[in-house]
Design a binder for this molecule. Structure first.
Ligand SMILES: [Zn+2]
Length: 293
């Protein structure tokens, strides 16, 4: 029986091709019942011409050219086309030129103020403790702190980028993750120790950058001191990142004291000219920076 059905099906389909190609109207057309024994594209069922000929462009895109009618009419499982149609149905065209609209503001007009609000509301950021677009920090440092997915090796591997090694370039003994690179790598810890000594902070074990920034800032006795400590953490992270890149791209070694020298000098310049703390004096700054706030 199966042979008969297959044979007969093949015969009728061939006769359909024959009738189409030779322009005759004589052939077999499918009478649709349960819909599971009819080819959606290849059989003649909805019109005298199979859908594969009526919609050749769509047929070319079809992944299963022998799909059944049932599989294409079961809208609860294969309703993507219907979904697309419904989505497009809400589109309203007008006579205006096409243009861009900024989604961050109901007016559609772009403003830095709304970018700031959005960024301040970013959650799950390891830098959530930092004030975004901090005026005390240069723009490039703010940008760096916003780059949550900085291209360290573990992140590159997750993104499918082929790299020769995902080992930390500083200690060569652990995977280079954000937490390892900036917190637990021996080379990095050395820098944080120097930072804590410089600011007179008690040392705590930090599990995340968020915790580090929060707990370091929390040791400030005034809002200004807390703010400075947050900014200083951003500065240390920036110079650690620069030092790491110097190791990777220039083959240089990382020196903790040198990194701290850069942190001290750069923070001094940034705060001197970017904040309203004009009375910062270098000798005091070098031995007790918190005294300036
Ligand atoms: Zn390391």
């Amino acid at each position: 029986m199966e042979f008969y059905v297959d044979f007969f099906g093949e015969f009728t389909r061939n006769s359909n091709r024959f009738s189409i190609e030779f322009g005759t109207s004589h052939g077999f057309i499918r009478l649709v019942g349960r819909r599971d024994n009819t080819f959606f594209w290849k059989d003649r069922w909805i019109s005298s011409i199979p859908l594969q000929d009526l919609f050749l462009d769509l047929y070319e895109l079809e992944s299963n050219k022998l799909c059944s009618l049932a599989s294409r009419l079961q809208r609860h499982t294969n309703g993507r086309i219907e979904e697309l149609e419904n989505t497009l149905r809400n589109t309203i065209l007008s006579e205006k030129d096409d243009s861009w609209s900024w989604e961050g503001d109901p007016s559609g007009i772009f403003s830095v103020k709304f970018v700031r609000i959005i960024l301040d509301n970013v959650i799950n950021s390891p830098y959530a403790g930092l004030h975004y677009l901090n005026k005390w920090l240069p723009p490039r440092i703010n940008c760096f702190l916003l780059l949550i997915r900085i291209p360290i090796r573990a992140n590159l591997r997750v993104r499918g980028i082929n790299i020769p090694s995902d080992v930390c370039p500083l200690c060569a003994s652990n995977e280079e993750t954000v937490e390892h690179l900036f917190l637990s790598c021996p080379a990095t810890k050395n820098v944080w120790d120097g930072f804590h000594n410089w600011c007179g902070l008690k040392k705590v074990h930090y599990n995340s950058l968020e915790q580090l920034i929060f707990e370091v800032a929390d040791q400030g006795k005034s809002n200004k001191q807390k703010h400075f400590l947050e900014v200083a953490c951003g500065g240390v992270l920036w110079f650690l990142w620069k030092a790491r890149n110097n190791v990777v791209f220039n083959g240089k070694g990382l020196s903790g004291p040198l990194v701290m020298d850069e942190v001290q000098a750069s923070l001094y310049a940034w705060l001197k000219y970017r904040s309203n703390c004009n009375s910062i004096l270098w000798p005091m700054w070098c031995c007790n920076p918190l005294a300036s706030f």
